[in-house]
Design a protein around this ligand. Structure first.
Ligand code: ADP
Ligand code: MG
Length: 692
């Protein structure tokens, strides 16, 4: 079936050279990648409403007459507002377009149009913000339909993606399905062909759920297949990097300015025992945000280095890797530790990398901290003894295989704040051992959280000012980097760039406000974070790049804009950035939506600080169409599957893998040819699958 799945995107309808480039920016180069670019959510076009029926904050469509196109207003230096007065037989309202001056020419006075957008009500006045315009016939055609909303990139429109996906659906060869009809029936899964159609062009919610279910199964199945193939590496391998418990670790821990919590001490003890035991270590340290996992990892790495081995410390983002590098470097100096650390990330220059590779190979450095650049082919370790992976489960599993493939069998330690149930851990990792840190460092009080709407903004601003006056710092999270030029976007989402301008205006010049997002140059990001951690920035406006790991104990307020757009676990992770020191931490969850469901869902965050409870609740309350994109949480980084929501699929996929491999260990039987072929395709995601 995969015969033509590497057809380049440029052969799809509506994809010229420019558009192809946008897709490349999203990592989409061929049909396979196109079809595996899933919608982040679906939009349903409701029936037309009358102006008098509109509710504050809802997204609605009205058929109205244009009474007057107002004058373009310029606000601040960058923004323009275009007001358009419209009416129907029940009332009148104003439409506002931000930074879309061309809309003045797109409508004519006296003309009738359908506008669909978010309703804002102030007093008796209704406004429709940034609505999309349709001809009446066009809208009736769409009405009741499900429209896919895809993750986009600058320049790329949702409608372009829809067209390309539909064209890919037509071209892609779906003749074979690795899951036979018999299995599909047994597992209640639709065919691969149906699944891709249902996810990209569902006629109703039920279809999107069915499509998602099959594609999640595929993702889990091939992941588990991959794990099983490498099972011997995961299970009971002998300890090829034996260590003794170094006195250095004890001395270091005794000299820390604080006492380790019970959970931390136990984790350290278990790690040291593993390192000196008979079998290679394969351990997960699980502890909620702020429970102090970093120091536990450092203790393990210290023992490794003191025994003459090298250690590697991997983080999912450069930002976090850089922070770990700084922490370790400081501790090294302060306590005279035997670390010779180096930072290796994707943004190190080629020449710089070559030098680092050399230092790693000849043992001049003994602690390598970085992103996945650490495990690339070119890195040859002299004597790697321990690999720690922070905040990314799957990464830990994968990189173990890669390293093992290089003929080294280091100990593996995975640090995570995502609470995964034990049964799940076993499916995912085989005989992984778990150290759970259940207690928080002494003197911490739980973060105080509230869920609020726009009307709370003045109070929020005042609160922020008060905290800064006390010498504290503030994070504000926005879902977007910059104003979207996506005309299909259905929401007025906050973006860091405009937001920082607005905030400067609202709060005045006294405050030092900066922003941070993933698209900035690594050196810029580093500079901003440096200044924030040394207290030179009062308010940091950021996207979720700071979601995991970042530690600035002086920051006490975390305000999240459009919090309805995030998963609960993700919000919990984000608020974990504050309340990490002796001072009370606060989380303000701003929401543009005031409906009951949203308030109730977010409300759980105000009720509990237990990450596990939050994850389970998230799972129970997520709507079926809401399992994509920004709302996905956790550090497994599956594209579509969710190890919580799909726990049943996970165990079914696991059973099927076992059944198949029991008969055909190397997938050489003709009846498994399709599985093998597809595994090689999926291998892209799982690095060395081709080596089976
Ligand atoms: P996480 O588990 O989220 O990775 P960190 O390891 O970043 O948490 O620790 C959060 C903060 O708590 C850091 O500032 C760290 O120095 C501090 N910390 C860690 N352990 C303790 C402890 N036992 N007592 C007091 N503070 C601690
Ligand atoms: Mg951490």
């Amino acid at each position: 079936m995969l015969n033509n799945w590497n057809t380049p995107v440029s052969e799809l309808k509506g994809v010229g050279p420019k558009t192809a480039e946008y897709f490349h920016n999203l990592g989409i180069t061929n049909i396979y990648e196109m079809l595996n670019h899933f919608p982040r959510t679906y939009l349903v076009f409701g029936g037309l409403k009358k102006i008098s029926e509109l509710q504050n904050d809802e997204i609605a469509a009205v058929r109205v007459r244009v009474d007057m196109v107002g004058n373009l207003r310029r606000v601040k230096n960058k923004m323009t507002i275009l007001p358009i007065e419209v009416s129907d037989e029940t009332g009148s309202m104003v439409i506002k377009y931000f930074n879309m001056p061309f809309m003045a020419k797109a409508v004519s006075k006296g003309g009738y149009y359908v506008f669909r957008g978010r309703v804002k009500k102030a007093g008796k006045e209704f406004t429709l913000v940034q609505p999309r315009k349709y001809a009446y016939d066009e809208y009736t055609e769409l009405s009741g339909k499900f429209q896919c909303m895809y993750p986009l990139t600058k320049g790329l429109k949702n409608s372009t993606v829809i067209k390309a996906e539909n064209s890919a659906l037509k071209i892609a060869d779906f003749t074979d399905d690795y899951l036979s009809e018999e299995y599909r029936n047994k597992l209640h899964l639709v065919s691969s062909k149906e699944a891709y159609r249902m996810i990209h062009d569902p006629s109703d919610e039920k279809e999107s759920v069915l499509g998602r279910r099959r594609l999640s199964f595929d993702e889990l199945f091939f992941f588990i297949l991959y794990l099983r193939k490498n099972k011997e590496l995961l299970k009971g391998a002998p300890n090829s990097c034996p260590m003794v418990e170094s006195a250095e670790v004890k001395r270091f821990i005794e000299h820390l300015p604080y006492k380790l919590t019970k959970g931390q001490s136990k984790a350290v003890k278990e790690i040291l025992e593993d390192l000196s035991g008979d079998a290679v270590m394969n351990r997960l340290v699980q502890g909620d945000v702020g429970s102090g996992k970093t120091i536990v990892a450092i203790a393990g790495l210290l023992n490794t280095v003191a025994n003459g081995y090298q250690g590697a410390f991997m983080a999912p983002t450069e930002v976090l890797a850089t922070q770990h590098f700084k922490t370790v470097s400081e501790l090294t100096i302060r306590y005279g530790l035997p670390f010779k650390p180096v930072l290796l990330t994707g943004s190190v220059t080629e020449a710089g990398k070559r030098k680092i590779y050399e230092e790693i190979e000849n043992g001049e450095v003994n602690l390598i901290i970085g992103t996945h650049a650490l495990i690339q082919d070119k890195v040859v370790y002299k004597n790697l003894g321990l690999v720690v992976t922070d905040e990314q489960h799957r990464f830990g599993v994968r990189q173990r295989e890669t390293l093992a493939g290089k003929g080294v069998g280091p100990h593996i330690l995975v640090m995570s704040a995502t609470p995964i149930p034990r049964t799940l851990a076993i499916v995912l990792y085989g005989d992984l051992s778990i150290s759970a840190i259940k207690d928080m460092p002494e003197g911490r009080s739980p973060i105080k959280s509230c869920v609020v709407g726009e009307s709370f903004r003045p109070s929020a601003n005042k609160f922020i000012k008060d905290e800064i006056a006390k010498g504290h710092q503030v994070y504000i999270i926005c879902p977007m980097v910059e104003a979207s030029d996506d005309e299909d976007s259905d929401n007025e989402l906050r973006n860091v760039v405009d937001y920082s301008d607005e905030l400067k205006e609202a709060l005045g010049d006294r405050y030092r406000i900066s922003y941070l997002h993933g698209k900035m140059k690594p050196s810029e990001k580093e500079n901003i974070l440096d200044r924030f951690s040394s207290g030179d920035i009062d308010i940091l406006i950021s996207t979720t790049v700071i979601e995991v790991g970042i530690n600035v104990p002086n920051a006490t307020v975390m305000m999240i804009e459009n919090s309805e757009r995030f998963g609960l676990s993700q919000l919990h992770q984000l608020r974990g950035r504050v309340g990490r020191g002796k001072d009370q931490g606060y989380a303000i969850f701003m929401t543009g939506k005031s409906d009951e469901k949203t308030t109730e869902r977010l409300g759980i965050l105000a009720k509990t600080t237990d990450g596990f409870e939050i994850a389970s609740y998230d799972l129970k309350t997520r709507g079926p169409g809401e399992l994509f994109g920004v709302r996905q949480s956790g550090d497994f980084a599956f594209k579509i599957a969710d190890v919580f929501a799909d726990a049943d699929l996970l165990s079914e996929a696991s059973d099927l893998c076992d059944e198949i491999l029991a008969h055909d260990r190397n997938l050489h039987a003709p009846e498994n040819a399709l599985i093998r072929e597809e595994a090689e395709f999926y291998g892209r995601n799982f690095l060395d699958f081709r080596t089976i």
